[in-house]
Design a protein around this ligand. Sequence first.
Ligand code: NAI
Ligand code: MG
Length: 356
Amino acid sequence: MARNYRIAVIPGDGIGKETVPEGLRVLDAAATRFGFSLKLDHYDWSCETYQKTGAMMPPDGLDRLRESDSIFLGAVGWPGVPDHVSLWGLLIPIRRSFDQYVNLRPCRLMPGARTPLAGRTEADIDFYVVRENTEGEYSSSGGRHFEGTEREFVSQLTVMTRHGVDRILRYAFELARTRPRRHVTSATKSNGITFTMPYWDERFALMAQQYPDVSTAQYHIDILCAHFVQHPDWFDVVVGSNLFGDILSDLGPAVAGSIGIAPSANINPERVHPSMFEPVHGSAPDIAGRHVCNPIGQVWSGAMMLEHLGEKAAADAIVAAIETLLREGGPRTRDMGGQAGTAEVGRALAEIVARA
Ligand code: NAI
Ligand code: MG
């Protein structure tokens, strides 16, 4: 049986329109070499769409996406449209409706990438941040009371469900099992936050019992941030609540170098709904339209998509191509100290992938 996947493609705004075509070029090379096919549905949903129609996507947008196996996204956001409009009009509805409860970011120092940490090499920085993406601190529970009076107060409730906590922890442990070091670190703050975080710790300890082959550690979020900078080599899989994961999933790629190469995934592990794959970076209005942006974050996100679809060999070939290009002095964009344009890097990667 021919393997065929249906992919919804949303380039979005700014450099998303430049990186997505390169991501597709490399995916296409991988499909040819590894014998599967991709059926692409292109959607131009973006801030431009919002300015024309008053909505980031049409009313039946989510239903159209629902039919796809995966969503491949560039970046969303553009000056003139408030960021909360673009975020809540497109990305958040996709993440929530499709129960993409895992936000996954590999943090890996690639050859030739410049880490801000002195003296660190590729062997020292290679871990994943696993962020809970649907509950926790980012609940809409709470409010502002007695507004404008001396009694004014605000509150915001953190919501942790057993279901929500356990499923993200389980994902982290399962991921660790696929990696040589088999180690999971939990981000906590159970010294200062006295109900939800001790609960998180308790569920973590119980989950760990089910994975005796995986070693564990846990740190309070403050010192954990310091350890990311001082000891990135301690980490393999790091799991955190929505807020702590948010912080770590920006800090992690930052210690690994250029924002232009960092990929991410929003995953519904049960595959009831499509998952979404996108680079960590945004639409970069400062360089958009000049075809100088780095396409590697997008290309690597494509590799994560193929891995999720079960095309592990193809995914590995794409990541290996990125390493080869960077190690062997292939074309690179300005953010990595080169002169090449976006498409030049994309073509070079596609050629490496195509080589059997
Ligand atoms: P940004 O990631 O777009 O840009 C930050 C800096 O990194 C800029 O100097 C930019 O030129 C550089 N940069 C980013 N990607 C690059 C690449 N591939 N190659 C070379 N350089 C690159 O973040 P910023 O400026 O805070 O946000 C711009 C817009 O993007 C905003 O509207 C924001 O809301 C949106 N955004 C969207 C995201 C998404 O779609 N998931 C994520 C982050 C921001
Ligand atoms: Mg963030």
